[in-house]
Design a protein around this ligand. Structure first.
Ligand code: HEC
Length: 154
């Protein structure tokens, strides 16, 4: 009986250890996930900027697709910052304020979601006079969050 209890204890102990390893791994994966998501956002954003600035010919269908990709990323943003995925979990430029000021962070995510949704709507018109200001608003939402919650702006 005693040895069964001990064996059980060992097995449970191992399960707990494996569980915490798995979650540490998940936390460093969360960092990779959000960085990739931000990279996708950044790439699409740069291409849209080039069209807005007329450095690239405006392609309505392509612009619409890029705007909607950025909006999709905005809807995933919160998922990329689970509790515990801070600088102890891996290589990140996210400030601890993401987790110590969650309400403020959520507001910035919401502003990003709203601005990018408006950008998608403007993109559907194909009218640069409507797209330009919405693009600026969305860029402002990136900057606002980066200023508060990102330790390094490249
Ligand atoms: C609600 C906050 C928030 C918003 C809005 C936001 N970002 Fe970020 N972004 C971050 C944080 C925090 C990081 C740092 C992530 C890390 O290092 O773990 C980051 C990192 C990045 C990176 C670097 C990714 C890497 O590989 O290290 C790029 C590029 C980027 N953001 C682009 C954008 C663009 C473009 C927008 C707007 C269209 C945007 N972000 C909107 C918070 C935000």
């Amino acid at each position: 009986m005693r040895s069964i209890k001990m064996a059980l204890g060992v097995v449970l102990g191992m399960a707990v250890a494996a569980g915490s390893l798995a979650s540490a791994d998940a936390m460093s994966d969360a960092i990779k996930y959000r960085k990739s998501m931000m990279e996708v956002t950044g790439y699409n954003f740069k291409m849209m900027a080039a069209m807005v600035k007329k450095e690239m010919p405006f392609d309505k269908a392509q612009f619409e697709k890029m705007a909607s990709t950025v909006h999709t990323m905005s809807m995933l943003t919160l998922d990329g910052f689970p509790k515990g995925s801070d600088s102890l979990a891996g290589d990140t430029n996210a400030k601890d304020a993401v987790w110590s000021e969650p309400a403020k962070f959520k507001d910035d995510v919401a502003a990003f979601q709203k601005a990018s949704a408006d950008l998608v709507a403007a993109a559907k018109t194909g009218d640069m006079a409507q797209i330009g200001p919405k693009f600026k608003d969305t860029a402002g939402s990136c900057k606002k969050c980066h200023d508060s919650f990102r330790s390094k702006s490249e």
